[in-house]
Design a binder for this molecule. Structure first.
Ligand SMILES: CC1=C(/C=C/C(C)=C/C=C/C(C)=C/C=C/C=C(C)/C=C/C=C(C)/C=C/C2=C(C)CCCC2(C)C)C(C)(C)CCC1
Length: 291
């Protein structure tokens, strides 16, 4: 069954609506934001990539060794790109992310499928347009041109300027037109999804807003796709899937905890670390979506 027609989509819409109401009426403070974001990242965000090894071509130990060499090799090569040409590495992160976020929403193998690319752009450009100053500070920190390291909690309402409104409208309409052309039968659902996500971004601070969207509107549907693929292709139970994703989830979380223990939290570096595990993950998932 298509993701858009699945029960998960309805659950996500309800969750997003409830979160919006809660955030609007209770203005989550810094502690609530950090706690909620941390729980979501550790329970859904990071683990959704930690099962990539399950889809390797050869399912024996030799296949596992080959998979690890390739996976870690891609991470190492990308780390070198960050070291030598950080601006290009940042661009790669964005382009790859546009594709990845869009693909999980449309389950489409085509890398030039318009609704998919535009949805990826919407998910990442909206928070940047709404919080341009902070986003630019973070980008600069990532490419080594600054040391911005503040987790921004501010929940006071934004006053939007004309260029911000125009950019949001332009992107939103471009996306809806692509839906009208390619996915007319699901126009209402995708439209409601866009409205809820836009409202969420309008009310929430940059990082908290994005982390919730990443976990709620990407990691969840991606996990659903993985579970279906795994149980059907290998004739296994759902429980086996969740057990199989545990080892690398725990290794990644332990790795991040060690990083925090030895180096202290740094937003720029954390996004670079995320980008490093993103690249091989996106390649694995692209194959899983039939590409
Ligand atoms: C299997 C394996 C493993 C694991 C893995 C994992 C765990 C993965 C994960 C993965 C993942 C977990 C992925 C994710 C993804 C994500 C994304 C794709 C994102 C993106 C984002 C962005 C792009 C952002 C942007 C920005 C900035 C930067 C600033 C501010 C603003 C904003 C927010 C817009 C290991 C290595 C251990 C080993 C080998 C094997």
């Amino acid at each position: 069954m298509l993701y858009i027609n699945s029960k998960l989509f309805t659950i996500q819409m309800i969750l997003q609506f409830v979160l919006l109401l809660l955030f609007y009426f209770f203005h989550f403070g810094p502690i609530t934001q950090v706690l909620l974001a941390g729980i979501l990242l550790c329970s859904i965000g990071i683990p959704h990539g930690a099962n990539d090894h399950l889809y390797r071509k050869e399912q024996n130990w030799l296949g596992m060794a080959k998979f690890l060499v390739l996976y870690l090799g891609i991470i190492a090569a990308y780390a070198l790109l960050w070291y030598f040409i950080p601006l290009l590495a940042l661009l790669v992160f964005f382009v790859v992310s546009f594709h990845h976020f869009g693909q999980s929403n449309f389950e489409n193998e085509n890398i030039s499928y318009f609704p998919s690319i535009l949805w990826g752009i919407v998910l990442l450009a909206f928070p940047v347009v709404l919080h341009l100053e902070e986003a630019l500070f973070i980008f600069k920190a990532m490419i080594g041109k600054g040391n911005f390291n503040e987790f921004i909690y501010d929940t006071s309402p934004l006053t939007l300027t004309n260029w911000q409104i125009a950019t949001l409208l332009l992107l939103g309409f471009a996306y809806l037109i692509s839906i009208y052309i390619y996915q007319k039968q699901h126009l209402l659902k995708y439209c409601l999804q866009l409205v809820l996500v836009t409202l969420w971004y309008l009310f929430t601070p940059l990082l908290f807003g994005f982390i919730v969207v990443f976990c709620l509107w990407h990691a969840l549907q991606s996990t659903q796709h993985q579970v279906i693929f795994y149980t059907q292709r290998y004739q296994k139970r759902k429980r086996d899937f969740f057990i199989a994703m545990l080892p690398f989830s725990l290794i990644s979380l332990a790795g991040f905890a060690l990083y925090l223990y030895f180096f202290d939290f740094n937003i720029g570096q954390s996004f670079i670390l995320l980008s490093l595990i993103t690249l091989p993950h996106v390649l694995v998932m692209h194959r899983l979506y039939g590409g």
